[in-house]
Design a binder for this molecule. Sequence first.
Ligand SMILES: *[C@@H]1O[C@H](CO)[C@@H](O)[C@H](O)[C@H]1NC(C)=O
Ligand SMILES: *[C@@H]1O[C@H](CO)[C@@H](O)[C@H](O)[C@H]1NC(C)=O
Ligand SMILES: *[C@@H]1O[C@H](CO)[C@@H](O)[C@H](O)[C@H]1NC(C)=O
Ligand SMILES: *[C@@H]1O[C@H](CO)[C@@H](O)[C@H](O)[C@H]1NC(C)=O
Ligand SMILES: *[C@@H]1O[C@H](CO)[C@@H](O)[C@H](O)[C@H]1NC(C)=O
Ligand SMILES: *[C@@H]1O[C@H](CO)[C@@H](O)[C@H](O)[C@H]1NC(C)=O
Ligand SMILES: *[C@@H]1O[C@H](CO)[C@@H](O)[C@H](O)[C@H]1NC(C)=O
Length: 831
Amino acid sequence: MGCFKFDLFIWVFSVLCLGLLCSGFVPADNYLIDCGSLANTTVGKCVFLADNLASKYLSSPKGVVANVSLKSITSFDDSPLYQTARIFPESSKYTFPISQSGRHWIRLYFYPFTFGSYDLSKAKFSVSAQNFALLTDFSVQNTSLKEFSVNVTSDSLVITFTPSSNSFAFLNAIEVVSVPDQLITDDASTVSEKFQGLTNQALETAWRVNMGGPRVSFENDTLWRTWVPDQSFLVNENLAQDFSNIAAVKYEAGLATADIAPQTVYGTLTEMNSANNPNSNFNVTWEFTVDPGFQYLVRFHFCDVVSKALNQLYFNVYVDSSNVAPDLDLSSVAFNKLAVPYYLDFVTASTVRNKLRISIGPSAENNAYPNAILNGLEIMKMNNSAGSLSGANSVSSSNPGSKSNVGVIVGASVGSFIAVALAGVLFVLCRRRKRLADQGHSKTWIPFSMNGTNSHTMGSKYSYGTTASAASNYSYRFPFGVVQEATSNFDESWVIGIGGFGKVYKGTLNDGTKVAVKRGNPRSQQGLAEFRTEIEMLSQFRHRHLVSLIGYCDDKNEMILIYEYMENGTLKGHLYGSGNPSLSWKQRLEVCIGSARGLHYLHTGYAKAVIHRDVKSANILLDENLMAKVADFGLSKTGPEIDQTHVSTAVKGSFGYLDPEYFRRQQLTEKSDVYSFGVVLFEVLCARPVIDPSLPREMVNLAEWAMKWQKKGQLEQIIDSTLAGKIRPDSLRKFAETAEKCLADYGVDRPSMGDVLWNLEYALQLQEAEIPGDTEENSTNMIGELSPQVNNLNNVDTSDSAAQFEVSSVDDLSGVSMSKVFSQLVKSEGR
Ligand SMILES: *[C@@H]1O[C@H](CO)[C@@H](O)[C@H](O)[C@H]1NC(C)=O
Ligand SMILES: *[C@@H]1O[C@H](CO)[C@@H](O)[C@H](O)[C@H]1NC(C)=O
Ligand SMILES: *[C@@H]1O[C@H](CO)[C@@H](O)[C@H](O)[C@H]1NC(C)=O
Ligand SMILES: *[C@@H]1O[C@H](CO)[C@@H](O)[C@H](O)[C@H]1NC(C)=O
Ligand SMILES: *[C@@H]1O[C@H](CO)[C@@H](O)[C@H](O)[C@H]1NC(C)=O
Ligand SMILES: *[C@@H]1O[C@H](CO)[C@@H](O)[C@H](O)[C@H]1NC(C)=O
Ligand SMILES: *[C@@H]1O[C@H](CO)[C@@H](O)[C@H](O)[C@H]1NC(C)=O
């Protein structure tokens, strides 16, 4: 809203007494009209003119006046402005004299009530101003306040309402109000090497958010803007916390003013919830829905009311994946003062997705305590090159001043270019670095004793969800110091794998036991829940074919899991891509049988079935005797009971292994593991990645490709060439039939893990029956035509064949954890 008739005395008083540098902006142009209303309407301290008093601004045809009774309004904002409307069956326009050129707000109020034969929710129309299409074929189902701003350089502003064919337009209220010149500048605040010309842009406010604070209503904003709280935009609320010190805010001349954003916005913020962990390293991320195909002006509001001293806070600010303010040090940009409001403008490239992600995270460059803050955020849509702000196109043809009406279809066809480059505005930040003492490493280690009092069961520590009490004394809580010692303080050269969860190190306990130490990224997105699940699962389940958990460490917010060391790494590493000697058919069968036993035990060995959910060759580990053990229970769930009460059935798993039925219906059963295991069987047979984008289209997905050949009865055409001539046809047939059944479209048609196990054992017997060893051949058609797709994708040295756990790599989609990707797509409460 646009009323600025505040009391001058109060203003002077606050400047003098509170030391505020309030601009005291009084708009030169200030038109407020309550369309259709018979009387003036007062909102806050503002008076919206009765419709008849504003009719001089409306040229004929003036349309129809409509009203509705207040009680039928159910909107969030039962403002009387929504009670009446003006309906335009034909194109109509308002013309406002402009006394001072410059940017003006245009705020349009819509509420679709029914009046006589007019159902306003059926209205469809376009609105244009100057040469800009503000709305195109717009219709409205709910209360809606649209805020635009345009720079008006002529002495009048014409706003045209044009019904779409066979429809009509309407409007409940309108504001046309001058904007202070310094609010949106062409270059001053944006120091733009890359983007210039903001003053010529029409802008539409997409989002205006007060981080870490309350909704700020228009009455508490000098320019009558509304700021909404940020919680609902946070991707992970647990990673963020609020902070507030409104009284500390001190506006400084030359930086942000109270017109840029009010004190309540600058005095409250969202920061990292690092839970006193000096090793915290994660981003706080918000996600906003936007229209693809437009550039956006993103305005960040900062005010460091958190720091106790200068140069304590260094952080990064990201728009999507671009770091737009590396190592931002607010005390340096704000004249070496704290608590000074400051803002930063960025212009994005044309968006491709319908989401814009804003993240803040600690700077790695400084030894400062990890934190990052954001006080407020505005996201403003910029007109496209056709002068349009709306998804469709064309400027209303009834606007005589409009330029070409050629429609430009934007957005959808932008192609595969995903990265949102920033034509940004880069502030030169003078950075003063202050090295803070590294507090990360305590040298006081508690002596560790396997049976001693230092260990305690996790039943007490993690008391939610499935109970872990029964076997919990198998897993020990390790002091952090012991883990440090075992891994030579997490020596990078001891890393044997990297996965979504974090890094895996080789280690040796002081009694000589070799261990694999999996260290979660502190509070990684997947982190905590999976950490706990894994401890619970592995503490309950002891089986020869399940990897054993030796202990865990949760000191200092660490998430560390300590496993028995698996000398021979992953099954995947023995199939392709790592240079390990390839396994014989018999060895492969034994590995498959071993892992099938492990999964069978999971499905049946306990009162409730446990579904692994991430069965893949990278999660099958091999010990020194090549005995297979199933690993990585982070995603596991116990049967339906938990499923109904527990947080999420969001589709998780890995690309290429995912049960299509589970994906479609989000119904989790053991048969999803059976499907994934079937993919593993084909992987074992063909020795190629389950997804290989470098191959021709029909070959990319192993499951599809192998099924195609299996259905033709010619699977032998695509098997691992090193197996050619070494598999007995009977054994191959049994194996392939088993794999095929696992991949049945519907879970009910798939065998149980027990059946799979039995069939694999049978395949092994068929192999052993007549051809002892893997000497030679004679059986027909054993030549695999397809050479295995051997790509050495690993970015960690795995030559010692100790590549335990997944080594992730961009090209290797089979290793991409689906949880990140699809938890966004599939609503948490899956069913
Ligand atoms: C409505 O408001 C206008 C402008 O404030 C004023 O001039 C006019 O007298 C008011 N009319 C009524 C009926 O109150
Ligand atoms: C609605 O319109 C009718 C006639 O057009 C009028 O009598 C009535 O007072 C109006 N109500 C409101 C709330 O403006
Ligand atoms: C309309 O707004 C209300 C309140 O904000 C909301 O609950 C409702 O879902 C909205 N309806 C539609 C169709 O968007
Ligand atoms: C409006 O546009 C004119 C002409 O391009 C420019 O000189 C002026 O600075 C602009 N004003 C604002 C507030 O953007
Ligand atoms: C304005 O802010 C004050 C103090 O923060 C608060 O008490 C008041 O409720 C706010 N008014 C509105 C209309 O939000
Ligand atoms: C924060 O987000 C950016 C952009 O997506 C990313 O490059 C960076 O690695 C993230 N940092 C952390 C600690 O996750
Ligand atoms: C927005 O419209 C102005 C004026 O027509 C034009 O100069 C500018 O290039 C447009 N913006 C974009 C991003 O195309």
